[in-house]
Design a protein. Sequence first.
Length: 277
Amino acid sequence: MIYSSNTGPDNDPFSNTCSVEVLQGDCRELVPNLGEFKFIFADPPFNIDQDYVGYSDHRDDYPEVTAQWVATCWDACDGIMVLHGPDDLVQHYLRAEHELGMKRIAWLNWHFRFGQCGRSNWINARCHCLIYARHKKWTWNPDEVLVDSDRATTYGDKRIHETENGGQRLPGTIWGVPSDGPYWGRVQGNSKERRKGHPNQLPEVYLERLIRAYTNPGDRILDPFAGSGTTAVVAQALGRSCVTIDISKQSCESVKERLEKGAVRVQPEPRSDSVQN
């Protein structure tokens, strides 16, 4: 264990209600001994020969390893599991989905612009987010993730403000487009969130939307591929307990440092009652 804490940063109002653990090792070996989780978010290495901090991203047995860790995490899921990745990884997710009989409830695309260039083909500007429910009912907090409606912002329809949601609606299945609220893309350049050695780092608001939608304060979250620590730092800010794992000791130490500093963009807000879908 690299890090364990029952308190968050000094400015975290939930600091006495959540715990965060950072574990070094292979998630296939560690997860079976960690119990169950209400929410699992997995953003694994993409097998693209990328040198990360303390880890070289190339495996000849990548399809087999992917099937193994998906099955291991699915066994530990007692709510929602989210599988994130680029186009090439989706085929492995769908194969595991079929073999394990996983119930997919949503397929999202995250669109980004910054950091993409090239002239040999159309620019790849998306990642996929496949969402699975373990049971027939799951936590669902729609009021936590509403965005302004086009009817209100673009067309100026005053009638929309008289509706129950007051001119807001749920986001669509393509995130990061103008109709989906403020744009948030890849963490690049001089972003305050940026962590050295993590070129594919996810923005905090991406995890915030998922965690707010599918969990309640105090729920237990697992991230089997800690990476830059985005899941852990957002979970901590929102008062969720979190276990995050990485095979790289350097990454684990970086996550520990990030947790001690706290989230950059995520601010805890009062929550409404959740519903069971």
